[in-house]
Write a protein that binds this ligand. Sequence first.
Ligand code: MSP
Length: 641
Amino acid sequence: MSRSYYVTTPIYYVNAEPHLGHAYTTIICDVLRRFHLLAGLDSYMQTGTDEHGDKVVQAAEAKGIPPKEYADRISLKFREAWPKLAIEPDYFIRTTDPGHVHVVQGILQKVYDQGDIYFGQYGGLYCFGCERFYTEKELIDGKCPDHLTEPTYIEEENYFFRMSRYQDWLIDYIKDHPDYIRPERYKNEVLSFLREPLEDLCISRPKTRLTWGIELPFDPKFVTYVWFDALINYVSGLGYPDGEKYQRYWPSVQHVIAKDILKPHGIFWPTMLKSAGIEPYRHLNVHGYWTVDGQKMSKSLGNVITPDLMADKFGIDAVRYYVCREMVFGLDGDFSQANFDERFNADLANDLGNLFSRSLAMLDKYFGGVVPEAETDQDLTDKGLAVMDEFGRLLPELAFHQALLAVWGLISAANHYIVDNEPWVLAKDSARKDRLAVVMNTLVQTLYRVAVLVWPVMPGAAAKMLDQLGAEGDDAARWFERARDEEPLAAGTKTGRGEALFPRIEKQAKAKKAKAPQKKAKKGKPEAAPAENIITFDDFRRLDLAVGLVTAAELVENTDRLMKLSVDLGEPEGQRTIVAGIARHYAADEMIGRRIVVVANLQPAKLKGIESRGMLLAAVDGDRMSLITPDSDVGPGTKIS
Ligand code: MSP
C-alpha cells in the first residue's frame, strides 16, 4: 500500500467570499490530512483559488478594478480564512500562478499533439454563470438548473477536446473500480450520464470575447476554457511532470467536492488525464449541500455563515465537530443554532468535557495527579483498542459521523465505567486502594485514546487534553502508535487538574427569565381560605425552584454530614454556595457535574460558619437519601414550576 496520501479541495472561485459550504469541504480535507498523519502516512493537502473566466471579469468590473487585482483580494480572503478554522493546507494554489499556467499549456500541447484537440464550429446554449454550454436536456424549463436564467445561444469557432473518444474507457474504468466515485449514488449519476453519447468538450474562448484566461499554446487568438485550466491544478500544484511532489503524491489522491461539480470531476477530468497519459486519480469523494435553517445561504437572506463567524461565534473545535458529526457524507445537511447548541451541550460539554474533568479531578485528589502503577481493566481497554480500529476503518472512507459515533461510544463506556466502579466509594476504604489505582489507571489510558482520536476533528481540544494528560512530544504519528499500547501513559506521569474543555452554552431564555418582573398576586376578590395543609397556587409560586449545576464540592471540616457545594444557577445569578446535609450519602467527587433542584429563595443561614444560600431537594427514606434531579440536561437556572 502506498504510504502517501494526497487530499484536495476544489479550488474556489474568487467571485464570492468564503462561507460555510467552502469551509465544510476544506475542514473535512483537513480532518483527512490530520488523520493520515496520525496513521503515519506522508499526508499532504492542497487547496486554492480558481481565478480565470467571465465571472471574475464581471465581478472585477463591478468593483471597477482589473481582474488580477480583484483576484488577489479575494484569493487572500480564502487563504486567510483557513487558519482561523485550524485548517493547515500544505499548499495553496492559484490558477494565475505562472507555474500553473505553464503546466496547463504543457498539457494542452501534449493533448493537441496527439490529435485529441481539433478546431471546429459550435453553436450552443451557453450559461455565463456556469461558464459552460448546456444541452437542451440538461435545462429545466429552458433554464440553467443552477442559475435559473435562460442561457444565451452562441455560435463561434473554437477548439474541442475529443472527450467522446474516452467514453467507453471511462465506463469500463468506473465499473472495474467500484469505489472510484463515492458514495455510490454519485457513481450511478455519472454512469447514467455516460449512457448517452458523450459530446466533445469546447475548451477555448476567443479573445474577442474573453482575454482573462490562459492562452492556448498552439493558437494565441484563444484562451483556455476555465474548467480545462482549473482541473489541472491538482497536478500542477505538485510540479507535474517532473516535480518531486508529483512523484510522491500522484496518483494517491483523494479529490473532495460537493455534488455541484460532479460532472467536470467525474467526466472531464478522468478523460483529460487519460488523454494526457496521466494515471487516473484514486478516488472522487462527493458530499451534499449545506443549508442554514432549512434555506439556501444567500446574502439577501442574511444567513451566510462565514469562517469568521464559525470561529468567533461557534468556536473552532466545536464547529469542526458539529459539521463532521451532523452531515452524513454524501447527503445534504442543515446548520441551525438550536441544533448546534444541543450537540455542544450533550456531546462536548457533558459527555466529553465532564468525563475529562471528572477523571482528572479524581486522579488529582486520590493520587496527587500522578498516574498510578497498576493494571488496567481489560474490558474498557479492549473497547478503546477496538474503537481505534473502527475509527481507522471509517475515517478513510469519509464516514465522519460514524467514526465520531464510535468515539462517543468509548466516551460513554468510560462514563459508565465511573458510575459502575464508584471511585469515591473505593477511596473511602484504604483496603481498596489497589482497586482504585486500577480504575483510575484504566480511565486515564482511555482518556489518552479519546484525545488522540478526536485530534483530527478537534485539534485544539485534543492538544489541551494531551497536555493535561502529561503526554509528551507533538508528533501525531507517535501519539497514535502509543495509543495502541495497553498503557500509553507511563506510571508516574504527572497530569493536570482537568480544565473545563467546553463550558456549556446557556439558553437565551434563562437570561430573559431572570429579568422578567415577578407577577403580582391578582387583585380583587380575596381567595377562599385554604383548607389546613393545603397551599394556594400563589403560595407555591412564591417558591423559587430552579435547576442548579454542582461545579465544586467539599466536605465541611469537622462534620461528617455537611457538604459545601458551589452551585451554578445560570445567568445572571451565577455561582452560589449551598451547605447541604448529604455527606453521609454522597461523596464530594460524585456531586461534581450533577444537576440538582434548588430552593433558591430560601433565607440564607450560617452553617458551621459558612453562609448557605438555598437548599437542595432530596427524598429521604429512613437511611436512604436520593437527590432530586431533572431527567434531562436542562441548563442551570432553569425554573421549575
Ligand atoms: N472553481 C470551481 C471548482 C474548480 S475545482 C477544479 C467551483 N468553485 S466554487 O467556489 O463554486 O466552489 C464549489 C465548491 O464549494 C463545492 O463543490 C463545495 O466544495 C463547496 N460548496 C459551496 N457551497 C456549498 C454548500 N452550500 N454546501 C456544501 N458545499 C458547498 O465550483
